[in-house]
Design a protein. Structure first.
Length: 590
């Protein structure tokens, strides 16, 4: 209630009225004061609605993790809350989805081209390096790529990584030797280290939080089509043209992406620093930490790559690589703890329950529930069912198409309903059942069985983007790019570890079951023939036993897939029950 002028004089403790024009005069009545305050609230709410709701940064100061004053959502001016929509959003989303599709396509398309490459370069001993060089470069650079997106504009940083990826593809296409091809694969891997987390950072800058799940679902859902289309496309190109077009194909596509993004304005939210670009790189990117982390990551991945393959797990080479990587990782983490929030791996961020459980969930889903079936379902179809690489790619389409459907559907419903954890729990539970059913496949399994099981497995798509959304919900905008890089790093390393374990399970099981069901078969000759050559090197009398051995070995791999899905289900409970829908102040008062 407003005080009269007489009451104001009689109150010796009352401070003089502020001369600010936004406060009602002392002799104004209560109605005028209330009307003024209502107008102020209405004006503020209107600005917020026009520019887009601010991200929720609740809890960002827990465990010492405080928003950067220069980049926090709480300190942005209204202009910095700019979001995009309409044709600009469509153009950006299309360009980002195409880039992620090309990245995943590049990982799988080379598989069917390798036999022709090794024939041309006489380089059968280099087969492992065609994939390892790519994964080593990508995994080692991912945390550093996140720091680049923190301090430099996301659009131009993303385009630089796309250019590096394109350069690597060009080097692979014009390669004149196996060593040149390996170098090209490493350069392409360096480019991919900043593509996926860059795409997620751009979407984070361009859309309010409650609209991101659907668009991330579109990005990841359609992007993963590259995994299944890769072998189909690679086989067709290699058979009817030259394997070099598996790499040349990226050039016009990335050029189109560059043109679209070059002429499209994208909102930027980077840390404000008073240094030159070189000074920022030297002082803000934790290069000392990177110098320790990169060799540790390379040694660890090389140990996994060599173990059980080129060398035994107990060999001095493998043990030296793994022990050396653990020692170097220990020194690296000691350094990171000392660096605080400027480190590549900020401990204040990793201590957040929502962050580390999201990283674990993403690792188990991508590495255990997506990549394992992507590698071993084609082995089942090509060996046990006798499919060609092209036909086996068609037969895994139910899995990929349903994953895409669930990724888009869950994103749209999370946007409307607000909660993301139920989708992760549903996805992990259904995937564990599906992997259990897939472990029952054998030589006599019907089409209805493997199609139905794959449709159920497609529910995994419902959880693809949820770890990213959980992290973006609990962290301030200034930390998103680093957090996305950590998430992608966890997924990359998890995939490498899970695929290595799966390969060990498969190889040991196949050796055991071949000796049991087809003792007359030369196991070394069988391995040299590969999955597609089983029918050509085994006699008709021994063929049923060999096919049963392959089927049972794939089944054992899917047991491991079940364990990964259950682990994702358990980890998902820590991602936080947060509502993504923005509650405006007027709604809260009501």
């Amino acid at each position: 209630m407003a005080m009269s002028a007489t009451d104001e004089k009689q109150d010796p403790n009352r401070r003089p009225a502020s001369p600010s024009p936004s406060v009602a005069a002392p002799d104004a009545d209560a109605g005028a004061a209330n009307k003024t305050n209502a107008n102020i609230a209405s004006s503020d709410g209107g600005d917020e609605k026009q520019q887009g709701p601010a991200l929720d940064t609740s809890g960002s100061d827990i465990d010492g993790l405080k928003p950067d004053p220069a980049t926090s959502e709480d300190t942005h001016t209204p202009a910095e809350h700019e979001y995009i929509d309409g044709w600009r959003l469509f153009a950006v989303l299309t360009a980002l989805t195409l880039t992620c599709f090309l990245m995943l396509l590049d990982m799988s398309i080379v598989a069917t081209a390798i036999p022709r490459i090794t024939t041309e370069f006489h380089s059968l001993e280099d087969v492992g390096w065609y994939g390892a060089a790519y994964n080593l470069a990508s995994g080692a650079l991912q945390p550093l790529a996140g720091k680049f997106y923190t301090y430099f504009k996301s659009k131009w940083t993303f385009l630089i990584f796309v250019f590096i990826f394109t350069l690597g593809s060009l080097l692979c296409g014009v390669a004149t030797s196996s060593n040149m091809l390996i170098v090209g694969r490493a350069v392409a891997g360096m480019g991919t280290s900043g593509i996926q987390n860059g795409a997620m950072t751009i979407i984070s800058n361009s859309l309010p939080l409650e609209k991101r799940p659907m668009h991330l679902g579109i990005l990841l859902g359609f992007g993963q089509l590259g995994i299944v289309i890769g072998p189909l496309l690679g086989g067709a190109i290699t058979e009817y043209s030259t394997w070099r077009w598996c790499f040349y194909l990226n050039l016009p596509c990335t050029a189109a992406v560059g043109l679209v993004l070059w002429f499209t304005h994208i909102p930027e939210r980077v840390a404000v620093v008073d240094h030159s670009a070189w000074e920022t790189v030297r002082t803000k990117l934790d290069l000392s930490g990177f110098v320790m982390f990169a060799p540790a990551a390379v040694m660890f991945l090389l140990g996994l790559e060599y173990g059980g393959g080129k060398y035994s797990w107990s060999s001095a080479t493998v043990l030296g690589l793994l022990i050396g990587s653990v020692a170097l990782f220990a020194i690296f983490f000691f350094w990171e703890r000392k660096q605080g929030d400027t480190a590549m791996f900020p401990f204040s961020m990793l201590r957040r329950r929502e962050v580390w459980t999201s990283m674990l969930t993403g690792m188990f889903i991508l590495g255990g529930v997506i990549f394992i079936p992507a590698f071993y379902l084609p082995i089942y179809f090509q060996s046990v069912k006798g499919d060609s690489p092209f036909t086996s790619g068609i037969h895994v389409l139910p899995n990929i198409l349903m994953s895409t459907f669930f990724a888009v559907l869950s994103g749209a419903l999370v946007t409307r309903l607000g909660y993301y954890i139920p989708w992760v729990l549903f996805s992990a539970a259904a995937a564990s059942i599906a992997c259990g059913l897939l472990s029952t496949l054998g030589p006599d399994s019907t089409t209805a069985q493997w199609v139905g099981y794959q449709i159920l497995l497609g529910s995994r798509g419902a959880s693809l983007q949820m770890p990213m959304i959980a992290i973006q919900k609990v962290l301030p905008q200034s930390k998103i790019s680093v957090a996305m890089a950590l998430l992608v790093f966890a997924q990359t390393f998890g995939s490498a570890v899970f695929l290595t374990i799966s390969q060990t399970i498969f190889s040991n099981s196949l050796s055991k079951y071949v000796a049991e069901y087809a003792p007359n078969v030369n196991f070394g000759k069988l391995l040299a023939a590969g999955a597609t050559g089983v029918h050509g090197v085994v006699s008709d009398a021994d063929l049923p036993g060999v096919l049963l051995a392959y089927a049972n070995s794939v089944d054992r791999v899917f047991y491991f897939c079940v364990a990964a899905a259950v682990a994702a289900f358990c980890a998902a409970w820590g991602m936080g029950w947060h509502d993504l829908r923005v509650k405006h102040e007027s709604e809260s008062h009501a």
